[in-house]
Write a protein that binds this ligand. Structure first.
Ligand SMILES: *[C@@H]1O[C@H](CO)[C@@H](O)[C@H](O)[C@H]1NC(C)=O
Ligand SMILES: *[C@@H]1O[C@H](CO)[C@@H](O)[C@H](O)[C@H]1NC(C)=O
Ligand SMILES: [Cu+2]
Length: 412
């Protein structure tokens, strides 16, 4: 059974963390201690982005055009744990504000939507099957995060930028990280521990062929009772995928109040989103290869860091891909998905001759249906990224760079 392997590696890591000898201790440490090569890659990417903006700026001014994104306007998104307590609190309060504003989604479309925060869940439910394992996956989520940040800023007076969650940083104990430790500056604590609860069983969505995956359990499983989102109510979903939780009314768009649950723990995090995974991902030569590492091999138990982050949160709504943005931690997880992509893009060299800003690939994840089933055409730069009632839509081509079009940010 798969869980044996997972528990085995978790145990090996625990042993090496305690300083006890372990056969695997060297390999495990390599996976859990930040390698200098990764630090260097991220620094090189940042330098490249700044150099690109500077040269574009000069070239545009020569032509008498005022550039929209300049070096001085560039905003840097930061890791949640690197924010000051005041910054973390400001972010948390802005999210709470979004949860208190009325929805724009009409009640007959989604009677379960009760807030502006919910508008974002609704469009994610509506678009799930055509924005995951598809050519628009990363562009769609890039624009989605940008619009969420914009709503926090314009509708809730937030003055900061989107934070992210550097997965490997807390991989041995994500439940103790500044994101999940349950203090007043966190995004709420772990779910209450349910002794002996099983890990999540991943079942492919209806109509999609694939293996059933048994994940190791986390250290929660129950309701979140500490921190800013303690006792938070979620009304949309579930749609599919949470064990022992039946789908909500109207395919998940109906009203179905229940409490936020999480199952945060090191099992999935160490296995799928460690430093080796990230370094390996950033070393991929093209977008098809990159996405196979990020999202895992189609129809197999290999999850990749994207799934690894999602199922490190787990629970309800975190364990259901359709409604996963119902857990406020979703936006920090996808912040890192976007950060990794932006870094990988910049590592391809100067933007003027860098295919990573234009190439959407031709592999199994490059089409307009989930893992190309049913078979569909390849995604194109002119395809629309639909934000439904949550925000304005755009096209893939407008978001291929974090410093082009309306976007002007990078990551520290
Ligand atoms: C959460 O709800 C429980 C009752 O279920 C209550 O005892 C507790 O004080 C609540 N916590 C917060 C932070 O509201
Ligand atoms: C780190 O991730 C890789 C996959 O990216 C995996 O093969 C390896 O076992 C993981 N390390 C640990 C300690 O689980
Ligand atoms: Cu998504």
């Amino acid at each position: 059974m798969k869980t044996t392997t997972f528990l085995g590696s978790a145990l090996a890591a625990a042993l090496s963390v305690n300083g006890l000898p372990s056969v695997n201790s060297r390999a495990v440490n390599d996976d859990l201690v930040e390698p200098q090569s990764l630090v260097d890659m991220i620094e090189a990417a940042k330098a490249q982005v700044i150099a690109d903006i500077a040269s574009k700026e000069t070239e545009m001014r020569k032509r008498g055009v005022e550039p929209t994104c300049t070096v001085s306007k560039l905003k840097f998104r930061r890791e949640y744990g690197d924010l000051t307590r005041a910054q973390r609190l400001a972010y948390v309060n802005a999210v709470k504000c979004l949860m208190a504003l009325p929805p724009r989604t009409p009640a007959d479309v989604a009677p379960g939507a009760t807030s502006r925060f919910d508008d974002f869940i609704v469009v994610h439910i509506q678009r799930t099957m055509d924005v995951h394992f598809t050519g628009n996956f990363q562009p769609w989520h890039r624009w989605y995060l940008h619009q969420y940040e914009k709503a926090l800023r314009e509708e809730c007076g937030y003055t900061g930028v989107s934070p992210y969650w550097d997965w490997p940083k807390y991989a041995t104990a994500p439940q103790d990280s500044p994101i999940f430790n349950g203090d007043e500056y966190s995004l709420g604590g772990n779910g209450e521990y349910i002794p002996g609860h099983p890990g999540q069983l991943l079942v492919p969505p209806p109509g999609v062929v694939g293996e059933i995956v048994q994940l190791p359990p986390g250290l929660g499983g129950g309701e979140v009772k500490t921190g800013p989102f303690a006792n938070m109510t979620i009304t949309l979903g579930p749609v599919a995928g949470i064990p022992n939780v039946p789908p909500g009314p109207m395919g998940g768009l109906g009203m179905n109040p229940r409490k936020l649950k999480r199952d945060v723990g090191p099992g999935v995090n160490m296995m799928y989103a460690n430093y080796t995974s990230v370094l390996h991902m950033l070393s991929q030569p093209n977008i098809d290869a990159y996405r196979l590492v990020l999202e895992g091999i189609p129809h197999t138990t290999l999850l990749g860091p994207h799934g690894g982050g999602h199922f490190t949160i787990g629970g309800d709504p975190g364990g259901d891909v359709f409604i996963s943005p119902g857990d406020p931690a979703f936006y920090l997880h996808h912040g890192n998905v976007d950060r990794m992509w932006a870094v990988w893009q910049a590592l391809g060299g100067p933007s003027a001759s860098n295919a990573r800003y234009t190439d959407l690939g031709s592999g199994e994840y490059a089409h307009i249906t989930w893992t190309n089933s049913p078979p569909s055409r390849l995604a194109e730069l002119t395809d629309v990224l639909d934000m439904g009632y949550a925000a304005e839509s755009t096209t893939i081509g407008n978001v291929m760079s974090t410093t082009g079009g309306e976007l002007c940010y990078f990551y520290l």
